[in-house]
Design a protein around this ligand. Structure first.
Ligand code: C5P
Length: 218
């Protein structure tokens, strides 16, 4: 359903799981499918926004959405920071790796006689928290995937990340979240009681989130 709820608004969205290289042929990543980020991009475009997507995953989008492909958290961070000044709304739907290998080997890492191998990890920048800390007029939306104490963790994240809205889902359930087509989320803002959305497709979840963002932002 097309509507004008975000007409003339510029929406920046991250999607997918970041990939952290160990060497030229190996990386650490996670199970994110990018579906939620793409659904949000479509829903925002349907609502009349101009949409810039920064993503690790290439999927089809029915609407006109500008897309930049990235791999690592650092690349995603750099792209977000360069686009956020020209955005009105930032939605952080990507599953960002908290840590990356301390070094990326120039050549493929070889097997040795040693039975153990240790990978040293260093912390990545927190893209959402950085945007939350430095935001000007932007409305900032984060996601939280939790396996326990959903509301408590999500509420803490709303504050520590400087977000205006936090969308939380329980990923311990296999029927919703990650690669599944359906999702059920609870939406937190500073000024409202938690709002539970029904189990529905990721696209319908995204449409509902976009309408809530439009209502809060306008
Ligand atoms: O802290 P946690 O990873 O649970 O927070 C999830 C939210 O923070 C998501 O919106 C995710 O996109 C964002 N995030 C980020 N950069 C990180 C870690 C998480 O933008 N390094």
């Amino acid at each position: 359903a097309q509507n004008g709820a975000l007409k003339n608004q510029r929406v920046l969205i991250t999607a997918g799981g970041t990939r952290e290289a160990l060497d030229p042929v190996r990386f650490l990543t996670n199970r994110s499918s990018g579906k939620m980020g793409y659904a949000l991009a479509q829903a925002a475009a349907e609502a009349g926004a101009s949409v810039q997507l920064i993503t690790t995953i290439n999927r089809n989008v029915a609407y006109s959405v500008k897309t930049i492909m990235v791999e690592s958290t650092q690349e995603m961070y750099d792209q977000v920071m360069s686009h956020v000044p020209d955005s009105d709304i930032f939605i952080s739907a990507a599953a960002v790796a908290d840590y990356r290998p301390a070094q990326k080997a120039d050549q493929k890492i070889k097997k040795t006689d040693d039975n153990n191998m240790t990978i040293n990890l260093v912390k990545n920048p927190d893209i959402l928290a950085e945007v939350g800390r430095h935001k000007r007029q932007q409305y900032v939306v984060g996601f939280a995937a939790e396996t326990q104490d959903l509301l408590a963790y999500a509420d803490a994240k709303l504050k520590t990340k400087g977000a205006d809205m936090l969308v939380a889902n329980d990923v311990s359930r296999s029927d919703i979240g990650f690669s599944s087509d359906d999702n059920q989320v609870v939406v937190l803002t500073a000024s409202h009681e938690p709002q539970y959305l029904p189990v529905q497709s990721k696209l319908d979840t995204a449409r509902a989130i976009i309408q809530l963002i439009a209502k809060e932002y306008n």
